[in-house]
Design a protein around this ligand. Structure first.
Ligand code: SGN
Ligand code: CA
Length: 535
């Protein structure tokens, strides 16, 4: 018995020694992990509305869920108040890269706005300087060749938009390749995995993984053509908005009913047309010209039909993006990279999915102003977090650098929101600022600026009108009721004061005359896509 007890004691001592040495090994490993630089995968789609991500819970997203994108929210955070500073492609991307507003980085319009000045300081350059391997794969749309990347493979055809089929890419600013078989989302997905496989595993990485989808003209991979065939999507509450009280909105040219063209809704040109004439035939509708797929469909029924064709193709494009996101998440899991990689999923701006009767973006109204933003970093963010802190796209650059422990350049106007995940009651800011310039092309959206607080949104449309709008976001979330004319003077004065101080802080306190000149100025593109002759 004595022996047995001795044996037990010995066993206990050995086991505790083992377990403490295991703990020791584990904590050494932990320590090593902590000192390891954080990898970054920044995923961005083009025109992906938060309403079309199931983590955000909208009705349509319940019918077209995005389980892979949702994994990022489930294992990390869903941000509910992230805003764009100028809701179109190139300008948003420039603000994201530089951490500055459009008027500071100089790329404030897509059309006649020149190209992005790649000499500027961008966050990928800071990562690169600090020993990271950097890459951008997919949509770029900034004209000039990407700078700050060890590897780039970006879409260059269709004015830099890229196409869904036969997309053309430029590799490292020199070699052009045309993809003949795969859908653009699939090519970008495969290239991303390829790059991850071939990377130097002794170095940390920072990858921008950027899709063309679901941008207009919403052309999904044929493997998704059958999706949603047997049911229709509900229309949003503001689908039949009449724009009363909102002069700028009433002048728009982005209505589902009146401005979707035949190409958008996948009509087939009659046989025998020349290439030029068939392009014209397909673009018919852009200017509000009436067309119908058959002799009987018109009025409300025609509008409903257009909405279903539009929304189904849009969501089919997203099904492809969701698959591609899942593939990279799986890759990181399988290769033991998940713990030490920060992942962002976002879009260059929001988009209208029939709200106010619209497609497209540009406005400071919620659906195009608000960006989806999901972020996961197991070491820093608890799973299932949600946040309604007011964030702007100029905050992305400082935030990514901050998470990686790298210096944030002084000239960045945004600020890191890393602390919102661990410091309770830490208010990031009281209001966000917005400024949009491009007019009249493409969709006749008046240039405007404004601020949004938790409760109110004040907008000034200043180009060919002088109109203010005010919304009470708590009581009128669809922004149908402009209360500017009948709101107390103190409220309006207070908001205007806040607006002015933001304009001063961000150095956008120029005169209306100067703002109009910015819209009118034609800045030539340096970037020259080889044009194909139309016969
Ligand atoms: C294209 C689209 C427009 C869209 C712009 C900007 N027309 O010109 O509807 O607003 O892109 O989009 S299309 O018929 O060519 O598709 S952005 O994402 O680049 O800002
Ligand atoms: Ca876009």
């Amino acid at each position: 018995m004595k022996h047995f007890i001795k044996y037990l004691v010995l066993l206990f001592i050995i086991c505790s020694a083992c377990s403490s040495s295991n703990e020791h090994i584990q904590s050494a490993k932990e320590g090593q992990k902590d000192s390891k630089p954080l990898n970054i995968v920044y995923i961005m789609a083009d025109d992906h509305a938060y309403q079309a991500i199931s983590a955000y819970g909208s009705e349509i997203s319940k019918l077209a869920p995005t389980p892979n994108i949702d994994r990022i929210a489930d294992q990390g955070a869903r941000m509910d108040a992230v805003f764009c500073t100028n809701s179109i492609c190139g300008p948003s991307r420039s603000s994201i890269l530089t951490g500055t507003f459009s008027h500071v980085n100089g790329f404030y319009k897509n059309v006649d706005g020149g190209d992005f000045n790649g000499q500027q300081l961008t966050f990928p350059k800071v990562f690169q300087k600090n020993g990271y391997q950097t890459a951008v794969i997919g949509k770029w749309h900034l004209g000039t060749t990407p700078t700050g990347f060890d590897y780039s493979k970006v879409l260059i055809n269709w004015g830099g938009q890229g196409t869904y089929y036969y997309p053309e890419f430029c590799i490292n600013g020199t070699d052009t390749v045309i993809e003949k078989y795969r859908h653009s989302t699939k090519v970008i997905e495969d290239d991303c995995i390829d790059w991850l496989n071939k990377r130097d595993t002794t170095k940390p990485f920072m990858l921008l993984y950027q899709f063309k989808a679901p941008h207009r003209d919403w052309r999904p991979d044929s493997i998704y053509h059958q999706l949603f065939e047997d049911f229709d999507f509900p229309e949003p509450e503001s689908f039949n908005d009449d724009y009363s009280n909102r002069l700028a909105a009433s002048e728009n040219m982005m209505e589902i009913e009146n401005h979707l063209n035949r190409r958008d809704l996948k009509q087939v040109p009659p046989p025998g047309l020349s290439r030029r004439d068939s392009m014209r035939w397909l673009a018919y509708g852009n200017e509000g010209q009436f067309w119908s797929p058959n002799d009987t469909l018109k009025g409300e029924e025609l509008k409903k039909w257009k909405y279903q064709v539009y929304i189904k193709d849009y969501l089919r494009c997203i099904a492809g993006v969701d698959r591609a996101v899942g593939r990279v998440l799986d890759y990181l899991d399988v290769n033991g990279l998940t713990e030490n990689t920060l992942i962002v999923y976002t879009s260059d701006q929001g988009f209208y999915l029939g709200e106010h009767g619209w497609f497209d973006k540009r406005w400071m109204y919620e659906e195009s102003f608000k960006m989806p933003f999901l972020i996961k970093s197991p070491k820093h963010i608890a799973s299932g977090t949600t946040s309604d802190e007011l964030i702007m796209n100029i905050d992305f650059a400082p935030t990514l650098l901050d998470f990686a422990g790298l210096p944030i350049p002084e000239q960045m106007q945004g600020k890191s929101f890393k602390t919102v995940f661990n410091e309770k009651n830490n208010t990031h800011r009281d209001a966000v600022y917005y400024h949009y310039y491009e007019y009249p092309i493409w969709h006749k959206v008046q240039p405007h600026y404004g601020i949004r607080t938790d409760k109110y949104k004040l907008i000034h449309f200043y180009y060919s009108m002088d109109n203010w709008e005010l919304y009470d976001l708590e009581n009128d979330p669809n922004e149908m009721n402009n209360i500017y004319a009948n709101s107390p003077k103190e409220l309006i004065d207070d908001l205007k004061q806040q607006l002015l101080s933001l304009q001063k802080e961000y150095k956008d306190d120029i005169s209306i005359k100067e703002m109009k000149i910015m819209t009118d100025t034609v800045i030539k593109r340096v970037y020259n896509e080889p044009r194909k002759e139309l016969k």
